[in-house]
Design a protein around this ligand. Structure first.
Ligand SMILES: NC(=O)c1ccc[n+]([C@@H]2O[C@H](COP(=O)([O-])OP(=O)(O)OC[C@H]3O[C@@H](n4cnc5c(N)ncnc54)[C@H](O)[C@@H]3O)[C@@H](O)[C@H]2O)c1
Ligand SMILES: [Zn+2]
Ligand SMILES: [Zn+2]
Length: 369
């Protein structure tokens, strides 16, 4: 064996044996760091270890950093969206093999429990939303995916990673929690409160049903301008506190058929309650960290319905087909790209979205040497 070959073998052994990796670790509200962590290993037969190639940051990660989700423990690796390559599988994984490129779903599903059988993967007895929440997540070099057969999707050959990573969370969330729960119909008037990536995913997928008007409400003119390009018919900047009044004027006092809350604040939930038409629906998507007031004194006789939902990701296979067809182009939501090593800068950019003109920020891991 030549010296070069020997060197190569030693390097490979070191790489394989390397027990640490870099990851974005949460240390309590407002505190997080890019630091060394133990590389994940197979713990159960249904697990897969995935080398993360692409990830991104969600509004929910910002809620975690604000302390809105106290179930997140000190030391947790954040992130619930990603694309990667399967590195290792447990003996019970049958649908995925080492080397497969996969889309990681933000929701883990065993496909067997009573909730999964009701298509409510979000409350799976052996999973649900755990990734980057109660289990280490995808803003790292490697991630352990439990129940891999139900929680991964094959990455279509030749597809665009930036488009596909939007299937991990924001597209199914916008569609299921906003559009399906809001029962958007042809001819409806729809208001979407919050023009972040999830609000824009609601906007994109609501158009499957040809609503007559879509009002987009946000504080950020840049995000509103993007919403216009994506099909919003009316833009309302709510920073003057008059959003509800403007919607009522635009609808001749009737209000909207569907009001979709995609922020997670008392003020934005309040707007939805003020603008919902008689017979209308309020679909809540936003993660709330504080109580909101429910105005039953005004709503009791309005024949409305109110829904909440944690994304189930049951529509992911359908949405994947629509994205593949080019009819839905979620990669247009990407405004910034960072190496995973620069994730702190990426958080800074996404956390100051209005100033930075940011929507989705894409994070890419370097290929291993
Ligand atoms: N239910 C679910 O399963 C689920 C899944 C994913 C995300 N979410 C939630 O969806 C929400 C949106 O996620 P995102 O990634 O788009 O977040 P984001 O933080 O990027 O977007 C939130 C938007 O709300 C706007 N906003 C803030 N305060 C406002 C106000 N007072 N009036 C009007 N607009 C206001 C901001 O300008 C921003 O554009 C978050 O609460 C997130 O946690 C829920
Ligand atoms: Zn999310
Ligand atoms: Zn289950």
């Amino acid at each position: 064996m030549s010296t070069a070959e020997l060197d190569h073998l030693v390097t490979s052994a070191v790489t394989l044996g390397s027990a640490t990796m870099k990851a974005l670790v949460y240390h309590g509200p407002g505190k997080f760091a890019w630091e060394n962590k133990q590389r994940p290993a197979i713990q159960n037969t249904g697990d897969a270890i995935v080398r993360v190639t692409t990830s991104t940051i969600c509004g929910t990660d910002l809620h975690i950093l604000k302390g809105d989700l106290p179930a997140v423990a000190d030391g947790r690796i954040l992130g619930h969206e990603g694309i990667g390559i399967v590195e290792q599988i447990g003996a019970g994984v049958s649908e995925f093999h080492v080397g497969d490129k996969v889309i990681i779903s933000c929701v883990t599903a065993c496909l067997k429990c009573d909730f999964c059988k009701r298509s409510m993967y979000s409350h799976c007895r052996h999973g649900g939303w755990i990734l980057g929440y109660t289990l280490d997540g995808t803003q790292a070099e490697y991630v352990r995916i439990p129940q891999a057969d139900g929680s991964l999707y094959h990455f279509p050959a030749g597809a665009d990673e930036e488009a596909m990573v939007m299937l991990s969370d924001i597209l199914p969330t916008g569609f299921e929690c906003g559009v399906l729960n809001g029962r958007v119909k042809p001819g409806d008037t729809v208001a979407i409160v919050g023009a972040g990536p999830v609000g824009l995913a609601v906007l994109l997928t609501a158009q499957f049903y040809s609503p007559a008007a879509i009002f987009m409400i946000d504080l950020d003119d840049n995000r509103l301008a993007v919403a216009r390009k994506f099909g919003a018919t009316n833009l309302i900047n709510s920073s003057n506190g008059h959003a509800a009044r403007q919607v009522m004027e635009l609808t001749d006092g009737a209000g909207v058929d569907v009001a979709i809350e995609v922020v997670g604040l008392p003020a934005t939930f309040e707007i939805c309650q003020s603008i919902v038409a008689a017979g209308g629906r309020i679909a809540n998507v936003g993660v709330h960290g504080k109580p909101v007031e429910l105005h039953m004194e005004k709503l009791w006789d309005r024949n409305i319905s109110l829904t909440t939902r944690l994304v189930d990701t049951v529509t992911t296979p359908m949405l994947l087909k629509v994205v593949r067809s080019g009819k839905l182009q979620p990669s247009k939501l990407v405004t910034h790209r960072f190496a995973m090593d620069d994730i702190l800068k990426a958080y800074d950019t996404f956390g100051n979205a209005a100033k930075e003109g940011a929507l989705k920020v894409v994070l890419t891991n370097k290929a291993p040497h």
